[in-house]
Design a binder for this molecule. Structure first.
Ligand SMILES: [Mg+2]
Length: 411
């Protein structure tokens, strides 16, 4: 399926992620905030949410995307700071300038997170670990901020590695240690599976990522749909995605093929609502908003239709997207005609929504995997984490917290 894998040299991929980015910038610029629990975001009296929490605030259980009112209840001494995205973007530009001085192969994931392919790099450093170490030092010298880095032979492992020890972490997964690393990963930690998918996977006996290797094919498909192919590959440590410096996302979405065709209106609405939630969650985490909501329906005879509507203003608000997507259902024959697949996507994307958030506390929830099943599955299916809920119900970090020290080796 991916014959290139066997002949290609090992890549050295870095995932670099700034620590508590917005909150750290505030603490840097306002010394009176240092050492105090800080949350950047909206006011607790309104419907504000936490965009980023300092590590002092996280100790109280404060997390990104949590309503600020709840954050304040958890941590009464919380200092709530309004976001200043213009300033955060300036710092981001400095950080990315450092990245691009090392390699042109920089793929931004958000303002404070990127993949770098440093197999060849401007420093002629043979070890990815050394590149990461120097980059972290440069980031600190230039911005006064810390970053966590993961070094691995591919993107998915690098991303997990960067979340392994935060803040100011550096984790290396050398090729010869990939198997040992995989053995430690709970399946939900891996690919941003939300609690519901994790539950479905547990129900078929998959609790660790490596359990995917041996589980029944049909059971796996029933649990995760077309993402099964990806899970199988990731469970073997394989991820052929390249670091793509110029990737520009036009749309984002989720779709799901059901084990049994859906015919009940309530069930269909629920499924559309879930997919819309997931899509909204992705947009939020990537600080991206979109204007056009599209519903895709594939009937039992494989006829596939799409219905779209365009909003007045870009949004990533889950309620807007859920409402739009379920409204579009009325323009389909879903129900009277059995449905085998549903998808909800958002197009006309742009950044800079006023409610940007930092989602870095879920280090695994943004494996925007390309679809293994062709362009039709598209951005959907695998682009966003299947069921990472938006907002307050989002889970706490699922990363294994053990210390993992990299060996100075061939990565
Ligand atoms: Mg971050």
């Amino acid at each position: 399926m991916y014959p290139a894998l066997v002949s290609e040299p090992v890549r050295r991929v870095l995932h670099v992620d700034m620590d508590a980015f917005y909150a750290s910038i505030e603490q840097r610029d306002r010394p009176e905030l240092r050492g105090r629990p800080v949350a950047v975001g909206g006011r607790p009296e309104g419907r504000g949410v936490v965009a980023a929490a300092s590590y002092e605030a996280r100790a109280f259980g404060v997390r990104s995307a949590m309503p600020m009112s709840r954050a304040v209840r958890l941590c009464p001494s919380l200092v709530v700071v309004s976001a200043d995205f213009a300033r955060y973007r300036r710092v981001s530009a400095q950080v990315f300038e450092l990245f691009r001085a090392v390699t042109p192969l920089v793929e931004p994931l958000s303002l404070d997170e990127a993949y770098l392919d440093v197999t060849e790099n401007a420093w002629h450093e043979p070890l990815g670990m050394e590149v990461a170490r120097r980059l972290k030092a440069e980031i600190r010298a230039t911005t006064g901020l810390t970053a966590s880095a993961g070094v691995a032979p591919n993107k998915f492992l690098a991303k997990i590695a960067s979340g392994w020890q935060k803040p100011d972490g550096l984790t290396v997964v050398a090729p010869e240690r990939v198997e040992a690393f995989l053995q430690k990963l709970p399946v939900d930690a891996l690919w941003g599976v939300g609690p519901r998918t994790a539950e479905r996977l547990r129900a078929i006996g998959v609790t660790r990522l490596v359990d995917v290797r041996t589980c029944d094919e049909r059971a796996l498909r029933g649990a995760v749909g077309s993402a099964a192919d990806w899970l199988r590959m990731l469970a073997r440590g394989i991820d052929p995605r390249r670091v793509e410096p110029h990737r520009e996302r036009k749309s984002v979405g989720n779709e799901r093929t059901f084990a049994h065709d859906l015919t009940e209106a309530g069930e269909i609405r629920q499924a559309v609502g879930d997919l819309a939630q997931e899509t909204a969650g992705w947009l939020e985490r990537h600080r991206t908003a979109g204007r056009t909501v599209t519903l895709k329906v594939r009937y039992d005879d494989f006829t596939t239709i799409t219905r779209s509507l365009t909003l007045d203003v870009p949004t990533f608000d889950a309620r807007d997207i859920v409402e739009s997507a379920t409204a579009l259902l009325a323009r389909t024959e879903a129900g009277p005609r059995p449905v085998r697949l549903l998808g909800v996507s958002v197009h006309n994307l742009g950044t800079g929504s006023p409610r940007e958030r930092e989602g870095a506390w879920l280090p695994f929830d943004t494996l925007d995997l390309p679809s293994p099943t062709g362009p039709d599955a598209g951005a959907a299916a695998s682009d966003a984490a299947p069921d990472t809920p938006a907002g307050d119900s989002a889970a706490p970090p699922r990363a294994p917290r053990g210390r993992e020290t990299g060996s100075p080796d061939s990565v």
